[in-house]
Ligand binder design. Structure first.
Ligand code: GAP
Length: 604
């Protein structure tokens, strides 16, 4: 079968999502609300499975990571400390004609002839104010000089919007323009100058809508982890290196929500903040800092790992996670951000990209991929900021450091303390501490090493649940051929989800619904499996149609209770059922009592 085109494929996927209840537009009965999505019965199960898999892997199966479930609205100072109130903004531009808003950095460059007008005066004989004029300049980009009329008509609309009834255009001139991002790519009209637009949703806490009560819906779950770092470390009796993870809603007032659920205004994140020793501390304790020597997974964590090893470790762990839930390695891209792309606090960031059907293509025609997750080495920036803004120490006491430091010779102490001082000093200057104070604070931080005290560094793998659910849906979508009830081949849509994250694990069917013996037995099978997995019971329609419905839902296994199950064809087959595999469509005969273990092995 010919491969569907990318947009066409995406349309089919979106349509299946709606038809089968994976994803609906939020508030659709009122025309929808841009950037908000609801998950239907199958989508809700899929998302839950994704989060469960992540949570199990990231915390329950590890000794060194614990969980947190914090509030969405937090003290507004948190967002000052993190830098979100001042820097969490995108540049936006508005169309001067339609007022449509765009992200300035997403405008495709365009070339053509720009028609500039210096203003307009009123020319309507019946106008109440014939001296009315507008001095506001306006420009319009057309592809060829022949479209001059289009430019003039648009300019007239622009000046009419400014109160002129019949505008006579002034100061028309043309200019050849190459690769400009100043014009609306949809209609050619001039855009406003870029302005920064903060993406945080605002609200007021309490009955008074006054500045003191202003609060924000969190734009990321990470900051709550930093703010609660000391409490969690204490109650969980954890020592650095250790992590705190959280799954929860985040909100961003995106200028252009797009690509279905990919860029939404309300979404969920799965974030881990993994706290590590600064390299100077590792060196003091272990004598030297291990750095990555070879590509691939660096293996089990070791005490001598510096931040680069930990960063590499988490990138590889995260890639392995995606593979374990069914995204092939070939669909993923490991993108190392260039120095100029790094956030101001980051030492290194690896974006894990998935090749969505709507991804752009690179020079070689390959899908470039879109971000599923960022794995950032954030140094000690976040904890240090909360320490400065809250006035509460975010330091840890590391007894191993204290013991090791006492044994170092003076030259080593001076070298390590000197390097640590430099890093702290650079950070404090960057966040605008006055030079004298920065010097004093950084000296105190360096001196504290001798007492085993420091602010931990952090590695942050931060993933989006909704983007991952969308990647899994895109990856699972498949069209092939299957025989109908009469054996004729027809198109089949099948969602090839990994059994681990499939919304429904097994469907149970009685062959016929008007035979009570078959129905009773099928219900017994359903009740046997239901305590350990999601089961869908279906007795309506021809069996082929029922299989097809489950193929579209991505259910990996189908169990059919037939006359053999009742022992009508002989005692050998009594209490056996057919087990159908969604992908191969092969059917095998299995004893009912063996079903739970057999299926559990394949869905875990
Ligand atoms: N704490 C770091 C942080 O929030 P981010 O790269 O801004 O980093 C992390 O977000 C992940 O959250 C992204 O990789 C993506 O999966 C998800 N995400 C971010 N903005 C999103 C949006 N508007 N819609 C859906 N998911 C989003």
């Amino acid at each position: 079968m010919a491969e569907p085109k990318a947009n066409d494929l995406m349309e089919r996927i979106v349509s299946l999502c709606k038809r089968r209840g994976f994803v609906f537009q939020s508030s659709e009965i009122y025309g929808g609300i841009n950037g908000f999505w609801d998950y239907g019965p199958l989508g809700a199960e899929l998302k839950r499975n994704v989060k469960d898999c992540w949570w199990r892997l990231m915390t329950q199966r590890r000794d060194d990571v614990v969980g947190l479930d914090a509030t969405i609205i937090m003290h507004p100072k948190i967002w000052e400390a993190s830098g979100h109130t001042s820097t969490f903004a995108d540049p936006m531009v508005d169309c001067l004609l339609t007022q449509k808003r765009f992200r300035a950095d997403q405008i495709e460059p365009q070339s053509g002839i720009a028609y500039h007008f210096s203003g307009a005066v009123e020319a309507a004989p019946t106008a109440p104010d014939k001296s009315k004029k507008s001095d506001e300049p306006y420009s319009y980009l057309v592809k060829t000089e022949k479209s001059a009329e289009l430019a003039r008509r648009s300019a007239q609309v622009f000046y009419r919007q400014r109160g002129l009834i019949e505008p006579r255009l002034l100061g028309e001139r043309t200019e050849k323009v190459e690769n400009s991002t100043r014009y609306n790519p949809e209609n050619g009209s001039l855009l406003t100058e870029p302005r920064l637009f903060n993406l945080m949703f605002k609200t007021y806490v309490g009955p008074l809508e006054v500045a003191e009560n202003l609060a924000y819906l969190r734009p990321e779950t990470a900051q709550a982890i930093f703010a609660q770092f000391k409490h969690v470390a204490e109650v969980a009796r954890q020592k650095v290196p250790f992590g705190i993870c959280q799954i929860g809603k985040a909100f961003r007032n995106e200028i252009n929500p797009r690509n279905f659920t990919f860029r939404s205004r309300e979404f969920e994140q799965m974030e881990l903040e993994f706290f590590i020793r600064p390299d100077e501390v590792v060196e003091a304790i272990c004598g030297a800092v291990a750095t990555p020597q070879a590509p691939g997974h660096p293996g089990q964590p070791q005490p001598n790992w510096g931040w680069q090893m930990w960063h590499k470790y988490w990138v590889e762990e995260r890639l392995a996670f995606y593979e374990s839930i069914g995204l092939p390695r070939s669909s993923l891209v490991e993108y190392w951000q260039k120095p100029q792309e790094l956030a101001h606090y980051a030492r290194a960031t690896v974006d894990i990209l998935y090749k969505f059907p709507f991804s752009k293509r690179d020079d070689k025609g390959e899908l470039a991929g879109e971000e599923l997750e960022g794995v950032a080495a954030r140094s000690d920036f976040d904890l240090s900021q909360h320490q400065r803004f809250s006035g509460k120490p975010m330091t840890v006491f590391d007894d191993e450091l204290k013991v090791a430091w006492a044994k170092l010779d003076d030259a080593k102490k001076t070298a390590l303390a000197g390097r640590y001082f430099q890093a702290r000093h650079a950070y404090l200057l960057k966040v605008n501490e006055p030079p004298d104070r920065a010097e004093t604070l950084a000296r105190a931080d360096a001196a504290a090493l001798a007492h085993g005290i420091y602010v931990p560094h952090v590695i942050e793998p931060s993933a989006g649940v909704d983007r991952l659910a969308l990647a899994l849906i895109c990856n699972a979508y498949c069209e092939d051929q299957a025989p109908d009830d009469k054996g004729k081949m027809e198109k089949r849509v099948v969602m090839r989800f990994s059994p681990r994250i499939a919304p429904v694990k097994v469907a149970v069917f009685p062959l016929l619904k008007n035979r009570p013996e078959l129905v009773n037995k099928a219900r017994q099978v359903r009740d046997l499996l239901r305590p350990v997995m999601t089961v869908f019971y279906d007795d309506s329609g021809a069996i082929g149609r029922r299989y097809r419905r489950q193929d579209e839902a991505g259910t990996p296994f189908g169990v059919t209770v037939d006359f053999d199950t009742l022992g009508e064809q002989g005692p050998d087959l009594k209490d056996t059922v057919t087990l159908r595999d969604r992908d191969t469509m092969k059917q095998t005969r299995v004893n009912i009592n063996d079903l739970p273990a057999l299926l559990l092995e394949r869905i875990r």
